[in-house]
Design a protein around this ligand. Structure first.
Ligand code: MIC
Ligand code: SF4
Length: 645
């Protein structure tokens, strides 16, 4: 039987294990990427490994998330990242050069290769026919040190595309449709592989929009084949040499097939507060809009901004609406400034932002109280915009541009077909890599500069055989890492775990920090009780690292998302799952809990008994850990485990 494209690339990179869905495998990582908000920890961890220079083919450090520089902390992080990159052989993309995923797609992504990034939207590069996976920063640090990356061999779902998108329907609407089928939970350890004749109708930026937001389904990654369109894009980026034909074998085997007729899709929107709440835009027409934000790693390519610019040319932004536009990269920014599109935007009343994540991560542009904010980004979790009472709607660039002009939701399909601004990608992009700094060959003399806000990563102790403690918080389903570890104004503490840990569960249970401190002082373990799909969303390992710092020893959940579960293991927190999920209802906050013989249960593959001393009940907990992961948890985390070896 033929191979899927996913399995072909995984096979070429397989270092250990069998490529049988569900089994743990280790693969070689060719490229890595980090961004500033997860990068400082990743490089501090890399430094602690004592390796003289990165061993990956290519490692790039981007500064794109936090560039507001409110206070010295942020600029200190940037300086640390620049100097540590030079010292260890990492390519450095300066602040202002663009959002990591957009720049990586333009300048570095290559078909057939593997990429590991400390950001959950790393799968954006899957639009280029590579296996691109998001993970915690520590896993990226290990990959930079030449270590293998462990993952569960995925089930591959084929998404067969036929037909062509109608005018006014966008690549974003394809992924919204996929989200309406798969939802945001229950897709762990799967890969979405796109195929079929419809693929040929989509440009690379459009494919990247689709693979980018595949992250919201919770899959390991998404991938498109590499074909003549990929070749043309790479040629236009002056990188033809990176092209390679990559496609699935005829008759390849898939776990599931989803058929999509592109010509039947409608413009869609994800309603507050989940990317999975999708409805056709026609169902919300007329709803008033207060803010429109265009950009983010999902929709900030030259194609997207050209469409937006042409749509708003000669028109004015509605008086109620604040429209902000952030080009995804300096290349995009520079090209729209030269071709006149930027003038149309400025003349319309749009506010032009830096080429960064900015609004998407709540770093500026928080909407007003109770606002309706319409965004082209990929996440609309409650409070992520920085305004708890705002409702964020996710849409395509086309829908966003119309909302900015009309001040309300307008169905793009109600527009005249001939008025749709078709955009052809240029034969040559403006290539100027002057904001990308290559490391010196001999970096021995390079001094790494650390500011006072940059602290050493905390270390954990080995797991105790018996754990006694208290459930300090009980949360429901779909708790995201934004709930656990808020970003926005708190981002500047990413390099200072002691300080950042004060904000764990800030928006959910503000007393959590004080409660955990009290339990720690009483030498009690801290436990977290969660529902389905705990740890959705971002890859930020701080959502495990800071709880670990506060004394969290185990999470009891109905189910866990992939990256967060791996981060819990990496920091020595036991990820335990209810054998009977209805047991979740029997346990409460403040309950005294005992876990006995934990080590011998792990060693003998036995379920762990959670004894609730308050309720006087025993519940059975399971875990999905490989032998290697058990050793990591027992050691108190990956750093201890690696040092021990
Ligand atoms: C996000 O979109 O949530 C982020 C901010 O890019 C995160 C990374 C982080 O928290 O630094 C992600 O997606 O992994
Ligand atoms: Fe940046 Fe938003 Fe993309 Fe995360 S989702 S990388 S914050 S633009």
């Amino acid at each position: 039987m033929g191979s899927s494209l996913t399995h072909k690339i995984l096979k070429e990179h397989l270092l250990s294990g069998e490529l049988i869905p569900g089994r743990e495998i280790a693969i070689k990582i060719d490229q890595t990427l980090t961004q500033d908000a997860t990068g400082t920890m990743a490089y501090l961890q890399f430094e602690s490994m004592g390796i003289p220079r990165v061993k990956s083919e290519l490692s790039v450090s981007y500064v794109d998330h936090n560039t507001l520089q409110m206070g010295f902390e942020n600029a200190d992080d940037h300086r640390y990242l620049q100097t540590v990159a030079a010292r260890y052989g990492v390519v450095f993309s300066r602040p202002g050069n663009g959002i990591c995923h957009q720049v990586h797609l333009e300048r570095f992504a290559a078909p057939g290769r593997t990429l590991l990034g400390s950001d959950s939207h790393t799968p954006t590069a899957g639009g280029m026919g590579m296996i691109a996976i998001g993970s915690g920063g520590l896993d990226v640090a290990v990959a930079m040190a030449g270590g293998e990356f462990y993952l569960t061999a995925p089930q591959v779902i084929k998404i067969e595309l036929k037909g062509r998108l109608r005018k006014w329907v966008s690549a974003k609407d394809v992924i919204f449709y996929v989200l309406s089928v798969l939802s945001t939970k229950g897709n762990v350890n799967k890969v979405l592989e796109y195929a079929g004749d419809g693929v040929k109708t989509l440009s690379i930026p459009e494919r990247a929009t689709i693979t980018n937001m595949g992250a919201e389904t919770g899959v390991t990654t998404s991938i498109f084949p590499s074909d003549e369109i990929t070749k043309a894009f790479l040629t236009a980026q002056d990188r033809k040499k990176d092209w390679r034909l990559m496609e699935a074998d005829e008759g390849a085997d898939y776990a599931q097939i989803i058929n999509i007729d592109l010509s039947k899709l409608l413009p869609m929107a994800a309603l507050p507060h989940s990317p999975g709440n999708v409805v056709p835009v026609k169902d919300i027409c007329g709803r008033k809009v207060d803010q429109v934000e265009i950009g983010s790693c999902t929709n900030s390519s030259l194609r997207d901004l050209m469409v937006v610019g042409k749509l708003i040319a000669g028109k004015k932004v509605h008086p109620r609406v604040s429209l902000a536009i952030a080009p995804g990269s300096r290349q995009v920014f520079s090209m729209i400034s030269k071709n006149g599109i930027l003038s149309h935007m400025i003349d319309s009343g749009a506010r032009i932002m830096e080429s960064t994540c900015g609004f998407c991560i709540g770093s500026g542009q928080s909407p007003h109280t109770d606002a309706v904010s319409v965004r082209t980004s990929n996440r609309n979790f409650e409070g992520r915009s920085g305004t708890q009472s705002a409702g964020v709607y996710l849409v395509s660039p086309e829908t966003a541009a119309l909302a900015a002009i009309y001040g309300e939701f307008v169905d793009p399909l109600s527009m005249n077909e001939k008025d749709f601004p078709c955009v052809d990608l240029p034969e040559r992009f403006d290539v100027d890599d002057s904001m990308i700094i290559y490391p010196p060959e001999n970096a021995q003399g390079v001094k790494i500069i650390r500011g006072p806000n940059i602290g050493e990563p905390p270390v954990n102790s080995a797991l105790a055989a018996h754990l006694e403690g208290v459930i300090a918080i009980k949360v429901g389903d779909k708790i995201t890492t934004d709930h656990i570890m808020p970003a926005g104004p708190r981002l500047k503490y990413r390099s200072n775990i002691k300080k950042y840990a004060e904000f764990v569960f800030e928006g959910v249970e503000p007393k959590f920090f004080a409660y955990a401190a009290k339990l720690r002082a009483a030498k009690k373990a801290v436990f977290i009780l969660a529902g389905e799909s705990y740890g959705q969303g971002s890859s930020r390992e701080h959502a495990a690292l800071c709880p670990m710092f506060l004394g969290v020893k185990a999470v009891f959940a109905k189910s866990l998302e992939r990256i967060h579960a791996a981060n819990l293991v990496n920091f020595g927190i036991l990820p335990l799952l209810f054998v009977d999920t209805s047991d979740y209802d029997k346990v409460d906050k403040d309950d005294e809990i005992r876990l006995t013989d934990v080590i011998s249960c792990l060693d003998n593959n036995k379920n762990i008994i959670l004894y609730d001393a308050t309720k006087k009940i025993s519940l059975e907990m399971k875990y999905l850990l490989s032998s290697r992961q058990k050793e990591i948890v027992k050691s108190g985390g990956l750093l201890n485990y690696t040092r021990g070896k």
